[in-house]
Design a protein around this ligand. Structure first.
Ligand code: PMP
Length: 405
């Protein structure tokens, strides 16, 4: 039985007082806290099993290599990829998308081609495509969401054309919380011959990923949002597509043979992992995945849906508070505005009470501006969030209102 209070005990930081106040951490969409098992696993890797990977033929290097490759295998199982060679370790989702835009994009996007994304993309899934379009004379097209932030299949289909070469969408918006119908996105995009990249940064934290069921061509996520360490992320790609994609960076480990005048490159995943990788971070991510795989994702979803409803109802008790993003299918992200109060002032008062929220445009500046704001406040939930976090948030928001209006 899913018990968030029991889960909280696995996360040491949650029981630490923050400037003397209860740690009410509501910023998991920005980065999640880490369970003991991940922290301890990384300490063990450094204390007992550390050396560079793929190079040595001594116990420490062999062990580090086995652990690093085992992490790849764990990611493969976690997202149900066909083989572990489809898993590329990156620095994070941002690097995965940049890799795709510059390598795959450089080869496959030409003048007049169309790249299709939603209006709710994180800058990480917008700027690389925008820059590619500018460089190639291609067109970056956007499709609209509904008024409440819902994914509208018709809007998406209307924006597709036989010129669309790639569709890049987030499976869950970090601003609106909207869950996209990724399976439909993929099947419709494939009808016009476009490839699809899924940004699963937020989605991976809340829902089960199955790349075979989604039929996604490429998918990215970051370790640090998935209760793992910073500095590591994943790019998944169908193997044949990865094999057709040129390297992104050049250097050690990604070569087959180097001559003074030319180089031949090795196969994926090594082709895309030039240089010494984030060894211990990847091992930590593997441990985070092992931690998560102990849970039944249906139970996580059921619990989160209860907490989403509770949070929505409680936020709406506050006068002049508007939730931005009310899609029918949404995850635990609550961006909101309180009329007459600047988000920065609000976050300052909340912070003094131990409540961690985020303010700004959440790396989705065009969307937030189009919605009529320069800045919003965002509270977001994780596996360890409980009703008490929301109660503290609401009480502190009420207090902040008295102070700031
Ligand atoms: N996409 C989405 C939807 C995100 O929420 C984020 C992080 N806020 C990113 C991409 C970029 O992730 P990272 O900074 O870990 O590379």
């Amino acid at each position: 039985m899913f018990d968030a209070y029991e889960i909280r005990k696995d996360f040491p930081i949650l029981s630490k007082l923050i400037e003397g106040k209860r740690n009410t951490y509501l910023d998991t969409a920005a980065s999640a806290q880490k369970p003991c098992s991940v922290i301890n696993r990384m300490v063990k890797a450094y204390e007992e099993e550390y050396a560079n990977v793929h190079r040595g033929s001594y116990w420490l290097s062999d062990t580090a290599t086995a652990n690093y490759e085992n992490a790849r295998k764990l990611v493969q199982t976690f997202i149900n990829a066909s083989k572990k060679e489809e898993i590329i370790f990156t620095r994070g989702a941002t690097e995965g998308i940049n890799l795709m835009a510059s390598s795959w994009g450089n080869k496959n996007i030409g003048s007049g081609d169309e790249i299709l994304i939603s209006k709710a993309e994180h800058h990480a899934n917008l700027v690389p495509w925008q820059q590619l379009a500018l460089k190639k004379g291609a067109c970056l097209k956007y499709f609209d969401l509904g008024e409440d932030g819902d994914f509208i299949l018709d809007n998406f289909i209307k924006a597709l054309s036989d010129k669309t070469k790639i569709v890049a969408v987030s499976a869950m918006s970090n601003v609106l919380g909207t869950i996209f119908d990724v399976k439909k996105v993929v099947s419709e995009a494939h009808k016009v011959g476009a490839k699809v990249l899924i940004d699963a940064c937020q989605f991976a934290v809340h829902k089960k990923i199955d790349v075979i069921d989604m039929n996604a061509d490429f998918l990215v996520f970051s370790g640090h949002k998935l209760y793992g360490p910073t500095g590591v992320g994943v790019l998944y790609g169908k193997y044949d597509l990865l094999c057709e994609t040129p390297p992104y960076q050049f250097g050690g480990d990604m070569i087959e043979h180097v001559y003074y005048d030319r180089t031949t490159f090795t196969l994926p995943p090594a082709r895309f992992e030039a240089g010494t990788p984030a060894i211990v971070q990847a091992i930590g991510l593997g441990e985070a995945i092992e931690y998560l795989m102990k849970f039944d994702f249906c139970e996580i979803e059921e619990y989160e849906n209860m907490l989403i409803k509770y949070t929505t109802d409680r936020l709406l008790e506050i006068d002049n508070l508007k939730i931005i993003g009310n899609a029918k299918n949404k995850g635990g992200v609550f961006s909101f505005d309180i009329k007459g109060i600047h988000p920065q002032d609000l976050a300052f008062v909340l912070g003094k009470e131990g409540v961690g929220v985020r303010t700004g445009h959440f790396c989705a500046e065009p969307l937030v501006k189009e919605l009529g704001y320069n800045s919003l406040t965002r509270a977001s939930l994780g596996i360890y969030s409980v009703k008490e976090d929301i109660d503290v948030l609401i009480k502190t928001l009420q207090k902040a209102k008295l102070l700031l209006t």
